[in-house]
Ligand binder design. Structure first.
Ligand code: NAI
Ligand code: MG
Length: 369
C-alpha cells in the first residue's frame, strides 16, 4: 500500500459550562456556530463535553463543582464558560463557587479583554470614528484585590469589623507584565499603558509600578506610559485613539473593561479569555457579561460576545485562520443589520446565530423578521 499523506485532522476537546441566566442561551449559540465552522473548514474537529455546574446545582447539592470536578476539567484543551449568578444566591458565593474556583487553581493569571467598535455598530461616543477605539485590556487574574484574603469579626455588633486585603507579589506582577508587554509588542502600535493608583496606595501599587518599569527594560521596542486609574476613565472617554494595550490590576481592569465594552457599543459583544500562558492547565473563555436576569429566557441575549469569545478560543488553540473567519462572518452579519436590541436592532438570539451560521456556510445572512 502506498503511504498516505493526508495530514491528521487536529481534534480539540472543549468543556462547556453554560451555568446561569443567559449563559445557556449564548453558549448554545456559540457551540452551534463553532460546529458550523468546523464542518465548513474540515481542518480541525471539536468535541464538546457539557458540565451542568450552575447555581441550580448548587441549590440542590450545596456545591457548584462536584468532588473531582477540577480533575475532569483539566483533561480538556479549553473551557467555554457562560455566566454565573442567580438572584437567590449571594454573588460572592456564586462567583467564588464556580468562576474563581476554576481561574485560581488553574493559574489563569492573564485575563485578556479585546474591545473594538464592530463594523455596522456604533460607539456612544459622539466623535468616535472607526479604528479610534481598538484596545486590549490585560487584567491581573490571580491575586490583587480579589486574592480572597481578609476576615470579619464581631458580627452584628456596632463595632463589627471586616478586612479585604490586597495581595501583590513580585512573581505574579512580573509574569503578568511580561504577558502584557508581549501583547503590546504583537500589535501594530506597540503601545502599553500601565494603570496604577500608586499615589494613594503606597505599597502594593508602588511594587506594581516598579516591576512594570523593570520589565519595560526587556521590551525597548514597546512605548510605555503610566496612568492613574481615575484619570484613565476620562482618557478612555475623551481620547480613545491615544490608547492601545492596557495592563491593570484585578479590580481596576474589572471596572475599566465594563466601561470599555460600553464605549464599544454594548456589553453584549465583549469577550474575555482567562489564560494560563504556561499551558499547564486549560484556559477558560467567556463573554464579559453576567447572567442578565432581566432578559433571561426572552431569547434576546446578544450572542456576539460568545462568538467573539469562541474566536479567541480558536486563536489560543492555534486555529487563527478559523478565528479570523468566524470574526469576518460576525462582522458581515453586523453590517447587514441583523443585530439584537442592545445594539439597536430587533433580531433574536436565534436569528443572529442563524445569520452567522449561514454566512459561515457561504449562504446569505438570514433576514430579520
Ligand atoms: P450583567 O452583565 O448580567 O447585565 C448587565 C446589563 O447588561 C443588563 O441590563 C443585561 O440585560 C445587559 N446584558 C448583559 N449581557 C447581555 C447580552 N449578551 N445581550 C444583551 N444585553 C446584555 O451584569 P449584572 O446585572 O451586574 O449581573 C447579573 C449577575 O451576573 C450577577 O449575579 C453577577 O454576579 C453575575 N455576573 C457574572 C459574571 C461572570 O460569570 N463572569 C460577570 C458579571 C456578572
Ligand atoms: Mg466585571
Amino acid at each position: 500500500m502506498s503511504p498516505s499523506f493526508t495530514p491528521a485532522t487536529k481534534s480539540y476537546s472543549i468543556a462547556s459550562i453554560p451555568a446561569d441566566g443567559i449563559g445557556p442561551e449564548v453558549v448554545e449559540a456559540g457551540v452551534e456556530v463553532l460546529k458550523a465552522l468546523a464542518d465548513q473548514l474540515q481542518s480541525f474537529k471539536l468535541e464538546f463535553t457539557d458540565y451542568d455546574w450552575s447555581s441550580e446545582t448548587y441549590k440542590k447539592t450545596g456545591k457548584y463543582i462536584p468532588d473531582g470536578g477540577l480533575e475532569q476539567l483539566k483533561k480538556h484543551d479549553a473551557i467555554l464558560f457562560g455566566a454565573v449568578g442567580a438572584p437567590d444566591v449571594p454573588d460572592h458565593i456564586s462567583l467564588w463557587g464556580l468562576r474563581l474556583a476554576i481561574c485560581q487553581p488553574f493559574q489563569q493569571y492573564a485575563n485578556v479583554r479585546p474591545t473594538r467598535v464592530l463594523p455596522g455598530t456604533q460607539s456612544p461616543l459622539r466623535n468616535c470614528k472607526e479604528g479610534d477605539l481598538d484596545w486590549v485590556i490585560i487584567r491581573e487574574n490571580s491575586e490583587g484585590e480579589y486574592a480572597g484574603q481578609g476576615g470579619r469579626s464581631h458580627r452584628g455588633c456596632a463595632w463589627e469589623t471586616a478586612t479585604e486585603v490586597s495581595i501583590f507579589t513580585r512573581h505574579a506582577i512580573t509574569r503578568l507584565m511580561r504577558f502584557a508587554f508581549e501583547t503590546a509588542r504583537s500589535r501594530p502600535r506597540k503601545l502599553l499603558t500601565v494603570v496604577t493608583k500608586s499615589n494613594a496606595q503606597r505599597n502594593g501599587m508602588v511594587l506594581w509600578d516598579e516591576v512594570a518599569a523593570e520589565v519595560a527594560g526587556e521590551f525597548p521596542d514597546v512605548t510605555v506610559d503610566k496612568m492613574l486609574v481615575d484619570a484613565m476613565t476620562t482618557r478612555m472617554v475623551l481620547k480613545p485613539e491615544t490608547i492601545d494595550t492596557i495592563v491593570a490590576t484585578n479590580l481596576h481592569a474589572d471596572i475599566l473593561s465594563d466601561l470599555a465594552a460600553a464605549l464599544a457599543g454594548s456589553i453584549g459583544i465583549a469577550p474575555t479569555s482567562n489564560l494560563d500562558p504556561t499551558r499547564e492547565h486549560p484556559s477558560m473563555f467567556e463573554p464579559i457579561h453576567g447572567s442578565a436576569f432581566d432578559i433571561t429566557g426572552k431569547g434576546v441575549a446578544n450572542p456576539v460576545a460568545t462568538f467573539w469569545t469562541a474566536a479567541e478560543m480558536l486563536a489560543w488553540l492555534g486555529e487563527k485562520e478559523a478565528a479570523d473567519r468566524l470574526m469576518e462572518s460576525v462582522e458581515r452579519v453586523c453590517v447587514s443589520g441583523v443585530m439584537t436590541a442592545d445594539l439597536g436592532g430587533s433580531a433574536t438570539t436565534k436569528e443572529v446565530t442563524a445569520a452567522v451560521v449561514a454566512d459561515i456556510l457561504g449562504g446569505k445572512a438570514a433576514k430579520t423578521a
